[in-house]
Design a protein around this ligand. Structure first.
Ligand SMILES: [Zn+2]
Length: 124
């Protein structure tokens, strides 16, 4: 039993112990205690729902963190490397962007044929 339900149960026992009767005041007190009991149920249900939502939000945050990492990884690859297909052997080679900027005669790592690059490395 939750703390708030225990408090209401205590009030109910107290009212009975004090001999709260069936006069108008007694009826009012009984009705107030019954209302408190209903409210206690509602509070408990809300608390359980909030805890469930809290767990869901935690899971979502974790997923977002993972997506973030994936996106950054892909972005890094795109930023650092440019893909070329060798005109001689058709092999796909990846060159660092800095290599493209600093060297004009790149060589295919598969067949050693020169790869002519007139690609604008600023293009993204
Ligand atoms: Zn080649």
């Amino acid at each position: 039993m939750s703390y708030i339900k225990e408090k209401v149960a205590y009030l109910r026992g107290l009212a009975e112990g004090l001999g709260v009767g069936s006069d108008s005041t007694g009826k009012l007190i009984s009705e107030i205690i019954a209302t408190l009991d209903v409210m206690a149920d509602a509070v408990d249900e809300n608390e359980a729902a909030i805890m469930e939502l809290d767990e869901c939000v935690d899971d979502i945050y974790e997923e977002i963190d993972n997506i973030d990492e994936l996106l950054y990884d892909e972005e890094d690859d795109d930023d650092d490397f440019v893909e070329f297909e060798c005109p001689s052997c058709g092999e796909t080679a990846y060159f660092d962007k800095e290599m493209l900027e600093n060297s004009e005669d790149l060589i295919c790592p598969a067949c050693n044929a020169p790869i002519v690059t007139d690609v604008d490395s600023d293009e993204d």
